[in-house]
Design a protein around this ligand. Structure first.
Ligand code: FES
Length: 169
């Protein structure tokens, strides 16, 4: 944005809110104000960015940085970044980060031999990768997987085009 050095978006949608996102944005705004950085840094809330299982998430433009699992304790380092310091790599999520690689690894296996498989089989694979039923439900809400009943009444779960595109599988 032409009148700010950084535009920060804090996801306050339900999953991130449940994990403290409103505390994070409240404190972040206060810290920025106290440091006199409010003329250079704009902080807004935003809706989901489809990383619900690793939130609260904070997006920093124009740096192309997403921080995940952010707590109030992390804010001094994040504010230092916004004030010209280094990116806080331990909080960064993106291609190659542990969280995204874990998902990519799962989806790479889940699409073989085909994107659709019996629900029980899918759930076993999810468990083998260290995720759980709540994770499946979250991925389903985000549109990364879809459940349906087959012709014989058996339930299947399909890895959607959205997930295949995002994870390149
Ligand atoms: S609720 Fe924050 S990324 Fe989905």
């Amino acid at each position: 944005m032409y009148w700010t050095k950084h535009h920060v978006l804090v996801c306050t949608a339900s999953h991130c809110a449940q994990k403290g996102a409103n505390d994070v944005i409240g404190r972040l705004r206060l810290d920025i104000l106290r440091k006199g950085l409010d003329t250079e840094i704009l902080v807004n809330t935003c809706g989901t960015i489809d990383l619900c299982d690793v939130g609260p998430n904070v997006v920093v433009y124009p740096d192309n940085v997403i921080y995940s699992g952010v707590t109030v304790k992390d804010l001094p380092e994040i504010v230092a970044h916004l004030n010209g310091g280094p990116v806080v790599e331990r909080l960064r999520v993106g291609p190659g980060s542990a969280a995204e690689e874990a998902r990519r690894g799962f989806y790479a296996e889940a699409v073989l031999p085909a994107p659709e498989r019996p629900a029980g089989n899918f759930e076993a694979l999810v468990s083998a990768h260290g995720f759980d039923a709540a994770w499946i439900a979250e991925q389903q809400r985000r549109g990364f997987v879809a459940r349906k009943l087959g012709a014989g009444g058996e339930e299947t779960i399909t890895v959607t085009k959205k997930a295949r595109g995002r994870y390149g599988v």
